[in-house]
Design a protein. Structure first.
Length: 725
């Protein structure tokens, strides 16, 4: 499977053109766009329109939205999901190949093209395999059923006498009597109806899915063949450099563009507060921008890293009850020991390898967009609103995306490119510089956590009172067996504090890989370790004592077996840590070993073991890669990553001051995939990153007896806490 050149567009996508439900296509238009191949229509109720169910009502119940079998026997898979490094270009293709009985290398992927693919809210939350996979599997099973029906007529055999393999239908007792999918299609458009949906294959019959498989996009990426939004080149393309304020909240007062306009070929355009220089060369546009003399009103924000947490408490909206059971007062009466503690997390940047980039071409009342985005259909709507044209007239094409981590759900660069392309009358590329990337980012929100809990005489948790401010509710629910509990969430982390409240954040915030979970789990699992010490038990023994979920116990046991170290009441000086979670149905147990330089406060993570039960595993190799990537990325928000800001200014503008993990930091990483094939596939892209803050904090405490309550756990903070203790 490899990217191929589209027949009607000068860009590279993941497969040939094909049908879909992304835009409002008439049946005639749809068939024209689809070209030759097997077109399958299924009877559902009084007939299913091609577009029905595409938006707002779940995934469409129509195989045409998901796949096409071409006259050459190749299969095109259509998905609104996008590939940004997580590997679904391989795993989704594996699911389709398995169900349709074709070789994996015969599958081409078309991803995130709003004109061809079924509507999808976006690629985030470890939802691609979990939510898109099942309807795609069902569509493939139905298509296979249609091919068998066609083959029955061709081969003169009953359907139940036939079998499928490698894109071929054959008589089971006479394998030489066969016909290929390509021969059945014959380049014609065939409409067939099935009365009922055939079942999907049982796990025991899988020959492709479940087998370790290398990334199908690997060669394209290491050779440079893979195309990203910044690689798009169109006739007359202009590059934009945009005037930015010095701080969030600063308003433009005036802009003298005379000097910039004297640069040969430079064109200065202005649309309200949007001021930009356009040029056929990006370096000249950037140079001309520096000649604009601009004056801004100062930002009204007076917040910085030292005052933010008090502000967040004051700006909190009314609480949302996430979970409540029993009675806290009754639980407190049962407690013989009470633990109360607060935890804090600073803002963190997404810092993707590929900055936000978009190219917009407007022709008449239609627009074509190539965008680095996790949400192409959301971008389609934003462009339509910006340009004042119907959404059906906007086609968003998503080439490969160089990381997102939740930060590319927003499409600021796409809207900017659309506005500028409209003003210029030519295609425009907007590619944020690294400085713009940091300034315009929607950071992981800073947050505050207050926890009060109690133990009875048997060292069981009898009550749990949890309040988080601006982290959101995800993973704030305790995984332990607690009779009396209440979890409150004050603000979702992505905006202001509600009607009439003080704005919560001095700049944009949003989802960051495992949104809310990575900091909620830092607080909860750090607190569980403190309770274990209070109980006089090892962190492993205490967790197992307070867990009722057999599945979680199995995962914890698998991690402990692999870790192969004996835990004792902390601190032991050995530097061992544990953290566990249920991340939207994926169970994770992680154990780590660290070394801490007491004088310098520097932490070296020596080893990390991660056991994960993600239900049925589609691609074990891909799952391991995802978990290893999560652990690597998690080291950053644990130890170094923090956005520094003051008076609306973002003080970190590049990687010289904002330090992300380096290869030299990497510990020995050991992954245990806990076998659970009877459960439908769960998410794998985010769970393992969410426990890293807690497991490292707990390991640091075990190493030197210093409890870190703030992320990131920098050397300066560790040294400061040592002095305090």
């Amino acid at each position: 499977m490899k990217p191929v050149k589209s027949r009607d567009d000068e860009y590279t996508m993941f497969g040939p053109d094909g049908p879909g439900t992304g835009s409002a296509l008439e049946r005639r238009q749809f068939l024209k766009l689809a070209g030759g191949g097997l077109i399958v229509f299924f009877a559902v109720g009084d007939g299913l329109a091609l577009q029905e169910g595409a938006r707002g009502g779940g995934y469409p119940d129509d195989p045409n939205a998901y796949l096409k079998v071409g006259p050459d026997g190749r299969v095109t898979c259509f998905t609104g999901k996008i590939e940004m490094g997580q590997g679904i270009i391989t795993s989704l293709a594996m699911m389709l190949a398995e169900e349709l009985d074709v070789p994996l290398e015969a599958v081409d992927m078309v991803m995130g093209d709003t004109a061809l693919c079924p509507y999808d809210a976006g690629t985030f939350g470890s939802r691609s395999t979990k939510y898109f996979g099942p309807p795609m599997r069902q569509a493939a099973a139905e298509a296979r059923g249609v091919l068998v029906r066609l083959a029955a007529a061709r081969l003169g055999a009953a359907e139940e006498e036939l079998a499928t393999k490698d894109g071929t239908v054959y008589i089971a007792k006479r394998p030489s009597k066969k016909v290929t999918y390509a021969e059945l299609v014959g380049g014609k458009k065939i409409e067939v109806r099935l009365e009922k949906k055939p079942p999907i294959k049982p796990y025991s019959k899988h020959a492709v899915s479940g087998k370790p498989t290398l990334r199908t996009d690997a060669r394209a990426k290491v050779t440079g063949e893979a195309k990203f939004s910044g690689d798009i080149r169109l006739p007359g393309l202009l590059y934009a450099s945009i005037l930015r304020p010095p701080a969030h909240g600063a308003k433009l007062k005036s802009a003298d563009t005379a000097a910039a306009e004297k640069i040969p070929g430079a064109r200065v355009v202005r649309d309200g507060d949007l001021v930009a220089v356009l040029h056929e060369r990006p370096d000249v546009a950037a140079e001309a921008l520096t000649l604009i003399e601009a004056e801004f009103e100062p930002s009204a924000s007076k917040l910085d890293n030292t005052t933010i947490f008090a502000h967040l408490r004051n700006a909190a909206p009314r609480a949302e009850v996430v979970v409540e059971a029993g009675n806290l007062d009754e639980g407190a009466k049962l407690a013989v020991k009470t633990v109360e503690r607060s935890y804090f997390a600073h803002y963190v940047a997404h810092a993707p390898s590929e900055p936000h980039t978009a190219v917009v071409q407007i022709e008449g009342d239609r627009a074509t967009v190539w965008a680095s985005t996790q949400s192409p259909f959301r971008a389609q709507g934003e462009i339509a609103q910006t340009l004042g044209i119907p959404a059906a007239n906007v086609r968003v094409i998503t080439p490969f995306v160089g990381c997102g981590f939740g930060g590319k759900n927003q499409g600021g660069q796409i809207v900017e490119a659309a506005r500028l392309a409209k003003l210029a009358g030519k295609p425009v590329q907007v590619a944020w510089t690294r400085r713009e990337e940091f300034f315009n980012d929607t950071f992981r929100p800073a947050a505050v956590y207050n926890i009060r809990s109690g133990l009875d005489a048997e060292n069981r948790i009898v009550f749990w009172e949890y309040k988080n401010y601006h982290a959101g509710s995800r993973s704030s629910q305790p995984v332990y067996d607690i009779p009396h509990k209440r979890v409150l969430s004050f603000g979702g982390g992505f905006g202001g504090g509600g009607a009439g409240a003080v704005p919560a954040h001095p700049f944009g915030t949003g989802a960051w890989r495992g949104p809310g979970s990575n900091t909620n789990i830092f607080a909860t699992e750090s607190h569980i370790d403190i309770m274990a010490e209070t109980a006089g038990l090892s962190p492993l023994e205490f967790r197992l004592k307070n867990l009722a979920d057999a599945r979680m116990k199995k995962v914890v046991g698998a991690a402990a077996d692999k870790f192969g170290r004996t835990f004792a009441k902390a601190p032991t000086g050995r530097g061992y840590g544990i953290a566990i979670t249920d991340y939207l149905g994926t169970y994770v147990a992680t154990m780590a070993e660290v070394e801490v330089d007491k004088e310098k406060g520097a932490v070296r993570v020596v080893r990390v073991v991660c056991a994960q039960d993600t239900g049925e595993v589609i691609n074990p190799e891909g799952a391991r890669m995802q978990i290893e990537g999560c652990i690597t990325m998690g080291l950053g928000y644990c130890l170094t990553e923090e956005i520094r800001f003051k008076d609306g200014r973002v003080l970190d503008e590049n990687f010289d001051t904002y330090e992300i993990p380096r290869f030299s930091w990497l510990p020995k990483i050991e992954v245990v995939l806990v076998d659970n094939p009877d459960m439908a596939p769960q998410g794998c892209g985010e769970p393992a990153v969410t426990v890293m803050g807690a497991v490292i904090a707990n390991a640091i405490y075990d190493a030197i007896g210093v409890r870190m309550d703030t992320l990131p756990m920098t050397p300066a903070r560790i040294k400061s806490e040592r002095k305090t203790d």
